[in-house]
Write a protein of this length. Structure first.
Length: 113
């Protein structure tokens, strides 16, 4: 029987959300064991597995909002008037930006809110 190279056990306590995140990140890493995964985190400080789908969706929405804002700006410059409806639309567009950003950030368990 061979001797273990690593002889010091470590025990940690997680809540359900933390445990779920650990399991998901371990699966995404492709590493065979949780021990290997956790050792890698301890030694190197990170394991890359980045899902950009939310960010792509966010950027698409921002581009659409930017287009709308540009159209409003052109109308203001062309007419020399700022319409109440345009101001209202701008406020609604900004609400969409903040809502989308908040939603995107809430999906990231590693970001404190």
């Amino acid at each position: 029987m061979s001797k273990r190279e690593r002889t010091i056990p470590i025990q940690i306590y997680l809540n359900e959300k933390e445990h779920y995140i650990l399991i998901q990140k371990h699966k995404a890493s492709g590493m065979k064991s949780k021990s290997t995964f956790l050792r890698h985190l301890i030694l190197y400080g990170y394991v890359y597995d980045i899902d950009y789908s939310d960010l792509r969706e966010y950027n698409t929405l921002l581009a659409k909002i930017g287009t709308n804002l540009n159209q409003i700006t052109k109308r203001i410059h062309a007419t020399g008037n700022i319409y109440e409806a345009d101001v209202k639309e701008i406020k609604e567009l900004m609400k969409k930006v903040w809502h989308t950003q908040k939603s995107m950030l809430s999906k990231q368990p590693w970001i404190k809110q």
